[in-house]
Design a protein around this ligand. Structure first.
Ligand code: MLT
Ligand code: ZN
Length: 454
């Protein structure tokens, strides 16, 4: 039956080669083995429509594939699905300066959109370590966050319009760039974070921001975990932050070894906060730093003296994910409201110490957004399946602590396959019922990324 794909697409746009299936059949999640039956590379919206209609009438499951940088298995095809790669729908087709709006096909790489914005004297401010590979369609489908959320918000906040091919093969134009539009349900927001389960995002109108003023980066050494939050509120009381990240010394050790970098401070400290702020707020930032030292929260700091040095300091945070990847990390990506963070941190720290006494644990994250990345590293001698099984047993306890604070079990990586069984810790049965109902309407044949999210 899959031979029909060769009729739907031009030559060279369908592959069944084993290497290609392995490459496009999975994302950065290491827990699953890729097993798609084909990969297709549509070049137009109409090809996507034809594919979805064909798949609907033959009951063929489709898995969307962007930059495949996801960490929850949302883009994994492990049951003979057809992978739909947006790599060849990667044009920036229109720019409207008066609206500061740019139209991108789903496969535009985040860094290319950022570069385009810079060329126009503007910026696309959503940023993450994977910007060089991740694609706009995937960012929208997972409502990607990253390192500047504290100032600029999530991907959702920059989506002004979406063109979507629904699971029934209809083209939906959602909002079309308008700022004001009070004509009922805003379907655009239904597709943001839908992980490809309702339809495929094929084109997006993204809003751009004014170019940011010059920035400074400061890395501060904080001996006690809880004091990071004291530093955060002291900083936020006096200056506008562009970023407030943290990482533990274990994470720094991995980055230094992986990238051959020096320690940022003369002595090693248990935790570090990395902050970014406008250059003209330097005096305020220095005053807050001195207050933090006098209060005993901070022992030392380093301040960037150039953009190059700022980039080097950012590497200490941004390279953590790739540095720990060889240790087969089990990733927890959890969030609570900032005000709930102190009690939550104590609870999770105790739980982790009790449940994972013999595992290396690596903390980092976007603590200014209430988002913690808790990575459990696999002991070298342990079998991967046994390791995942053990972590899966412990996860409900971590998620229970999250649920007690009305937090999220997936702050930014998405639910995908990895968190699907745990969705009930963050969403009520009534909400999940409504989600299933929406899925039934938009994906009546159940072919859009089945098995993910719900
Ligand atoms: C990050 O914050 O570095 C990313 O979310 C990736 C990760 O958590 O490993
Ligand atoms: Zn993150």
């Amino acid at each position: 039956m899959l031979e029909a794909l060769d009729e739907l697409f031009s030559p060279g746009c369908v592959t069944r080669a084993a290497d290609d299936l392995a490459h496009w059949g999975r994302d950065w999640t290491t827990a699953y083995k890729a097993a798609p039956s084909a990969v297709v590379f549509p070049k137009s919206i109409h090809e996507v429509v034809a594919l979805v209609r064909w798949a609907g009438s033959h009951g063929v499951a489709l898995v969307p594939s962007g930059g495949r940088t996801g960490l929850s298995g949302g883009a994994v095809a492990n049951h003979g699905e057809v992978v739909v790669s947006f790599d060849r729908m990667n044009a920036i087709s229109d720019f409207r300066p008066a609206d500061r709006l740019v139209t991108c096909q789903a496969g535009v790489v985040t860094a290319n959109l950022q570069g385009f914005a810079t060329e126009q004297g503007l910026s696309y401010p959503v940023d993450f370590a994977s910007s060089g590979s991740s694609q706009i369609g995937g960012n929208i489908a997972t409502n990607a966050g990253g390192i500047k959320v504290i100032r600029y918000g999530l991907t959702r906040d920059w989506v002004a319009g979406l063109t979507v091919v629904s699971g029934s093969g209809e083209i939906l134009e959602c909002n079309q760039g308008l700022i004001k539009n009070a004509t009922g349900y805003d379907l655009r927001h239904l597709f943001v974070g839908s992980e490809g389960t309702l339809g495929f995002i094929v084109e997006a109108q993204m809003r751009l921001a004014l170019a940011p003023p010059p920035q400074r980066v400061m890395v501060l050494g904080v001996p006690r975990f809880a004091d990071i939050l004291e530093v955060l509120s002291a900083m936020q009381a006096r200056l506008v932050l562009s970023a407030f990240e943290f990482f533990a010394d274990q994470a720094l050790a991995k980055v230094m070894a992986h990238r051959d970098l020096q320690s940022p401070l003369s002595a090693r400290v248990a935790f570090y906060a990395l902050i970014e702020f406008d250059d003209d707020a330097l005096e305020e930032a220095t005053a807050v730093f001195e207050h933090c030292v006098a209060s005993g929260w901070v022992v030392d700091a380093v301040l960037s003296q150039s953009d190059t040095q700022a980039g080097q300091l950012w590497q200490l945070r941004e390279a953590i994910s790739e540095s720990i990847a060889p240790f087969t990390p089990y990733k927890n990506d959890i969030s609570v409201c900032i005000g709930d963070m102190p009690g939550f941190l104590d609870a999770v720290e105790m739980l982790v110490a009790r449940e994972y006494p013999d595992f290396e644990v690596c903390w980092y994250g976007h603590i200014g957004d209430g988002n913690l990345h808790l990575n459990i590293l696999k002991p070298e001698s342990m079998d991967t399946q046994a390791f995942y099984a053990r972590c899966h047993e412990i996860s409900p306890k971590v998620f229970q602590a999250v649920a007690e604070k009305n937090g999220s079990i997936s702050a930014e990586h998405g639910v995908g396959l990895l968190k699907r069984d745990f969705l009930g810790f963050s969403r009520s049965p009534a909400e999940i019922g409504v989600m299933r109902g929406l899925k039934g309407v938009l994906d009546p044949h159940g072919i859009m990324n089945p098995g993910k999210l719900l």
